[in-house]
Design a protein around this ligand. Structure first.
Ligand code: AMP
Ligand code: MG
Length: 493
């Protein structure tokens, strides 16, 4: 077994280090994945593997299935389940990896460090009443949407493989079991800080914060107050991230503090989805009864989550509690402005503006109001401004739109950049293709219910070049017809 693994390491290119497993014992539990019955490869991400210095091409299908099910671990992996807590829909809970295992960190030939994590790999001490397993469709859903986010240029964890287990998992109905291999800058979450703060107090938080600074933000090591700077940089990353989500119409769906990564990557794709017709109240998640995590609330929730992060850092921010609170509050308050700046900058690009005018926010708001009023497709309406196509909607014929269009054209003519340059800028910032929910669902149904992966692979191809105008993918640009609309998504736990 060991020689096989050593051989695999040499051929595949694994280079494991386990820095998280060197942290104090209370941060995790060492644990092996529970072997699965008959693993089979559903999908492998060769492009991602290659970018990490891994060559999966040397593996037989069987060997790949053994590897990515956890039945045969790469040499050097020291599997652990990470401990964390989280505010779920506003309520504090102790959690931890209940169905995931961190194999360790793969260090690429360039020296980049990535967590390699299995999701659906069996029970752990954190499983509570769960079975530790995952169903095929939700794992493929994470694969599709995380890869789409990557292609859109949005920070995200990625998906290296999905294998089926040959076992049945029981949800509302019996489903095929699967394991997803997730690649992340790290899995340290706001919830990790909350857990350590409860369990270990200020000393533990300091250990975790130092770890995070060394791993993600080494430029802060020499800062006068590195912990305040850590808070500031995480605020900045999250403000940027959530602005990106809004700009492409993404709704995360479960922005609990355990699903917010300190690295600033989008993490934990559950009931997430992209909005078709523009409506800030849009929610897909079947359990988000009060629209807490709706499209338009996401920046407020990010700020709320960051306040929970700041609370854990208080003892490190200043020796005097009053001063510490003052520093934290002012950092958290800065979120709104930072977020607004990122969002405005992104919106200006979407409308082809190179310069800044004070009237821009009015122009942007007025366009969004028109989209909302006419229930126009968010993605296609922006893209149609660029390529002068007519979306399937009456918006572009409406007199109020014509009036807006004139103001917009006048605005464009007040900048020295050419119309062509503006149009190129817009094309690079308004995707033509997003993972529309009805397309995602039909790909998942074909794969998980009929074993037909052609629909899914074709969708992945289309999503890989979201800003291009490739006629063969025109069909993917269509919003759902009334009967195709999928309004509800599930976390699949
Ligand atoms: P999530 O909603 O995916 O962020 O998960 C929230 C928590 O529930 C995490 O601690 C998960 O590990 C845990 N969890 C979700 N599904 C399962 C499952 N099937 N078995 C055990 N734990 C689970
Ligand atoms: Mg989670």
């Amino acid at each position: 077994m060991k020689t096989d693994a050593a051989l695999d390491n040499a051929c595949i290119g694994w280079r494991f280090d386990n820095s998280y497993a060197r942290l104090p014992e209370s941060f995790y539990v060492p644990i092996q994945p529970v072997p699965v019955q008959t693993p089979e490869v559903a999908i492998l991400n060769h492009a991602l593997a290659e970018s990490m210095g891994l060559n999966l091409g040397v593996l037989s299908e069987d060997a790949a299935a053994m590897l990515f099910s956890g039945n045969a671990l790469p040499e050097g992996a020291e599997p652990i389940a990470q401990a964390y807590a989280g505010h779920q829909f506003g309520n504090f809970t102790m959690l931890g990896d209940g169905r995931a295992i961190l194999l360790g960190e793969h260090v690429t030939p360039n020296g980049d460090r990535f967590d390699i994590q299995f999701k659906g790999s069996g029970r752990t001490p954190f499983s509570r009443r769960g079975d530790g397993r995952a169903a095929l469709a939700p794992m493929l859903r994470e694969y599709i949407i995380s890869e789409a986010m990557y292609a859109l240029g949005i920070p995200t964890t990625r998906s290296l493989a999905v294998v089926t287990t040959g076992e049945t998992v029981l949800r509302e109905t019996p489903l095929h079991g699967a394991v997803l291999t997730r690649v992340a800058a790290s899995h340290v979450r706001v919830g990790t800080f909350e857990y350590i703060a409860r369990k270990e107090g200020a000393e533990g938080v300091k250990t975790l914060a130092d770890y995070v600074i060394h791993r993600h933000y080494p430029e802060l090591i020499e800062a006068e107050n590195p912990y305040l700077e850590l808070l500031n940089v995480v605020i900045k990353r999250q403000a940027s991230l959530v602005s990106h989500w809004l700009l492409v119409g993404f709704i995360h769906g479960v922005m609990n503090t355990d699903n917010m990564a300190i690295s600033g990557e989008t993490i934990d794709y559950g009931p997430c989805a992209f909005m078709d017709a523009f409506d800030p109240q849009t929610v897909f998640s079947s359990i988000d009864y009060h629209r807490r995590y709706c499209y338009g609330n996401q920046s407020h929730i990010a700020q709320w989550n960051l306040a929970r992060f700041a609370e854990t850092l208080l003892p490190l921010l200043h020796a005097e509690q009053g001063k510490a609170i003052e520093l934290a509050e002012s950092a958290i308050q800065s979120f709104s402005r930072i977020f607004q700046d990122y969002w405005m900058a992104g919106m200006r690009k979407k409308l082809g503006f190179f310069t800044e005018e004070t009237e821009d926010s009015r122009l942007i708001e007025d366009f969004l109001t028109l989209l909302h009023k006419h229930q126009a497709d968010y993605t296609n309406s922006f893209r149609a401004l660029t390529d002068q196509s007519q979306p399937d909607n009456d918006l572009f014929q409406a007199p109020e739109f014509m009036a807006w269009h004139t103001r917009w054209q006048e605005r464009l003519s007040r900048q020295s950049e050419s119309k062509q340059a503006a149009s190129d800028l817009m094309r690079a910032n308004n995707p033509a293709i997003i993972p529309r929910n009805h397309r995602v669902e039909s790909a998942l149904t074909a794969a998980a219910e009929q074993g037909d992966y052609a629909v899914l692979k074709q969708l992945l191809n289309a999503l890989a070049e979201p800003y291009a105008d490739l006629p063969q993918y025109d069909d993917y640009r269509k919003p759902p017809a009334a009967h195709e609309r999928v309004c509800e998504t599930f976390c699949g736990t």
